[in-house]
Design a protein around this ligand. Structure first.
Ligand SMILES: CC(C)(COP(=O)(O)OP(=O)(O)OC[C@H]1O[C@@H](n2cnc3c(N)ncnc32)[C@H](O)[C@@H]1OP(=O)(O)O)[C@@H](O)C(=O)NCCC(=O)NCCS
Length: 186
């Protein structure tokens, strides 16, 4: 299987009875249990709402997953924000545009929910392809736990409403399940 295959991909909300397939995708993509455990905890965490949990399918096989959960600016509780964590595409389907599609659909849903800012901590060259800006601290948005100087670019932000980057700033809080230091050591 070579090249992009985005035409044949269907993306939709994960159903409550699809926890197993989406956890399997995370295990296969990350090669460990850590992210799958985080996904399970976040999906069951009342402080994570609103949650966007999307699955990508190819020929009815679930091959990719993305999760967005609520983020809060500590001094500005009225700001409507979200955080992408984690996302996963199973290894044999990677680099075919599926991750990009999952992000695009997720951002569309967030905009429909009037979310103004979305954060991510991740691969510094990957997320800017989908509109994220490296080093959110430059704009005054600080991660829940301090990000080491050498990893500053990995903490990223994207505004979904015009002017949100200038309008807001502050330290970001997330769902209880994500407010653990182990997830913030880049
Ligand atoms: C990261 C991941 C979700 C990307 O999904 P994908 O479907 O493979 O990505 P896409 O096909 O949309 O994008 C591919 C592009 O991103 C680049 N890319 C993929 N993974 C990357 C990474 N880890 N770092 C930097 N760039 C990366 C590819 O080189 C490719 O670039 P090109 O468009 O210039 O050719 C997927 O590779 C994955 O599940 N990886 C393991 C788990 C993981 O790291 N999740 C993210 C945690 S922050």
């Amino acid at each position: 299987m070579k090249g992009k295959m985005v035409d044949k991909i269907i993306i939709r909300d994960a159903k409550t009875n699809e926890l197993d397939p989406l956890l399997t995708i995370n295990r296969l993509a990350f090669g460990s249990e850590t992210e799958a455990a985080l996904v399970r905890n976040l999906i069951l965490d009342p402080t994570a709402a609103p949650v966007i949990s999307l699955l990508a399918f190819h020929d009815e096989k679930a091959i990719g997953h993305i999760l967005f959960t609520r983020a809060v600016l500590q001094q500005i509780p009225e700001a409507n924000a979200s955080i992408l964590a984690p996302m996963a595409v199973i290894p044999e389907y990677q680099n075919k545009g599926i991750g990009g599609l999952l992000i695009k659909e997720g951002l569309k849903r967030l905009m429909e929910m009037n979310v103004e800012l979305v954060f991510v901590l991740g691969h510094i060259d990957y997320y800017p392809k989908s509109g994220f800006i490296n080093d959110a601290a430059r704009f005054g948005f600080f991660a829940p736990y301090p990000i080491p100087e050498e990893a500053a670019a990995a903490w990223m932000v994207q505004e979904l409403s015009d002017g949100a980057l200038k309008k807001y700033s502050g330290r970001v809080s997330c769902a209880d399940s994500l407010m653990q230091e182990q997830y913030w050591l880049e």
